[in-house]
Structure formats: structure tokens, C-alpha cells
Design a protein around this ligand. Structure first.
Ligand code: 6PG
Length: 256
């Protein structure tokens, strides 16, 4: 990924990261709603987005969103019941969906009650395709995709060296566990779908991400080893919102 293809903002710490990301999401939402009447947002899993979702749910001041126009999706999901503590749906439910006035048809969750992760991925692909009602074979273009960065360079559930990285003809696919916990099968949006987004916002926090962030932003990372380096939408923008600890290994010029 060429160094010029992304915007980087370094925040003081997790609280500022949450506030700035909630602001970016709310502003993008209002712009999309103004121009197109709706806002399609893909939620990230993991732990980093927790505070961001809580701020969006509270909806104070510039974080307020017209939820009646919003449709939420999941970038990836663990193949566990939605009430399982490891579920990304559970994270979204506890911090956002159970508080903000949104629900029902507006939230397209991955159905993890189907018999296999493959069936779950196929079902999710069908429902996303139906939502966008696009001709077969065209990719859904989400307004905004939130992503995290794993210590191993994965994003969503696209793990280094995984077969899922090579799936280019599906909206979603499934993957066996990566090296990082939890060791459960995953369902994930595919790389082409991430790259069809109008905007991608990475949220990265903590000293544990410093090495991998520097590698991914170096422009030299191989997608096979660091899948997050493969995210650069052809017609979209990539923004990295990181905190100072995560930015510690970035060359001075990119972390200004
Ligand atoms: C997941 C996530 C995953 C996550 C990164 C970062 O299901 O685990 O979607 O891609 O975003 O692993 O996780 P943290 O935010 O917990 O560091």
C-alpha cells in the first residue's frame, strides 16, 4: 500500500480515539443521509471499538446520528451464539444496539445459528446482496467500514496465509481460527468487499499494535503476511485513527 494512500490521525489515548472515531462516524452518517437518505455502516469486532460504540449510543452533541436512516452490518463474526461473550454481535448489542433506537431490519447480523460457518457465510452474503439489490457479481459498496488490526496483521477475520484471503467471488466467506484467540471459526467480509467501500476507518490502540502498525503502514508489507495492508479501496478513502502507544514505531513524518 503506497504511503500516500491513507490518512493517519494520532490520538493521545483510547478516550480521544473513541471520541474522534465517534465524531468521524457521526459526520459521515449525516453526510450520507443528507446525500443519499441512508447510511450503511459495517461494525468492527474485537475490543477497541467498545468505547466508540458506547459514545455513539449516547449520541451526545456531535456524536448524534439519525438512527432511523442507518443500516448496520458486521465486518466479521465469531461462529458462536449471539449471547456468547466472544460474539461481535454481543459486543455491538451490549454497547450500542440495546441503547440506540435501531433494530429489526436495520441490523443485518451474521446468523451463527446455521449448521456450519460455510452456511452462515453464504446466508450472510445472500442477505447483504439482497439489501444492496445489485446485479449478480457486483460488490456492495458500504458507506463506511470500521476495521481493527490484529497483532498478527489480520483485519476483520482475514488472517495471514488463510484461504479466505483468496476468496474474491463472494461477499462473505468463512475461516478457521487464526493464531490469535478466540480459537473459533469465523465469518468475514472478503477483501474485495472491504475495497469496494466508500470509506474505511481503522481503529488501532495500544503498545501491542505498534510493531504491526508500522509494518502495515510501511508500504512494504505483503498482504499474505499482513492482510490489513491489502485494504485500500479503489474509489474510497482509508483513515487510520490510532493512539500514541500504537503509533510509537511509526516514522516521525507519518505520525505528525
Ligand atoms: C475480531 C475482529 C478483529 C479485531 C482485531 C483487533 O473478530 O476479533 O473483527 O479483526 O478487529 O483482532 O482486535 P482488538 O480491537 O481487540 O485489538
Amino acid at each position: 500500500m503506497a504511503a500516500s494512500n491513507y490518512e493517519l490521525k494520532v490520538c493521545a489515548g483510547p478516550d480521544e480515539l473513541a471520541a474522534k472515531s465517534a465524531l468521524a462516524i457521526a459526520r459521515t452518517a449525516s453526510e450520507c443521509i443528507r446525500h443519499r437518505g441512508t447510511f450503511t455502516l459495517v461494525l468492527a469486532g474485537g475490543s477497541t471499538p467498545r468505547r466508540t460504540y458506547e459514545l455513539l449510543a449516547r449520541g451526545e452533541g456531535e456524536h448524534s446520528i439519525d438512527w432511523s436512516r442507518v443500516f448496520l452490518f458486521f465486518g466479521d463474526e465469531r461462529f458462536v451464539p449471539h449471547d456468547d461473550p466472544r460474539s461481535n454481535y454481543r459486543l455491538a448489542h451490549d454497547t450500542l444496539l440495546s441503547i440506540a433506537p435501531i433494530g429489526g431490519e436495520q441490523v443485518l447480523a451474521v446468523d451463527t445459528a446455521l449448521p456450519t460457518p460455510a452456511a452462515s457465510a453464504a446466508d450472510y452474503s445472500d442477505r447483504v446482496a439482497k439489501f444492496f439489490a445489485q446485479p449478480r457479481g457486483t460488490l456492495p459498496a458500504f458507506d463506511m467500514v470500521l476495521l481493527g488490526l490484529g497483532d498478527d496483521g489480520h483485519t476483520a477475520s482475514l488472517f495471514p496465509g488463510a484461504a479466505a484471503l483468496k476468496v474474491h467471488d463472494q461477499i462473505a466467506t468463512w475461516s478457521p481460527p487464526g493464531v490469535l484467540p478466540p480459537p473459533v471459526d469465523r465469518i468475514t467480509l472478503t477483501m474485495p468487499v472491504l475495497n469496494a467501500a466508500h470509506q474505511v476507518l481503522f481503529l488501532v490502540s495500544g503498545a501491542g499494535k505498534a510493531d504491526v502498525l508500522a509494518e502495515v503502514l510501511s508500504g512494504k508489507a505483503r498482504i499474505e503476511d499482513h492482510p490489513a495492508a491489502g485494504v485500500h479501496p479503489k474509489a474510497g478513502r482509508v483513515s487510520w485513527l490510532v493512539d500514541q502507544e500504537a503509533a510509537a514505531r511509526l516514522p516521525q513524518k507519518t505520525s505528525e
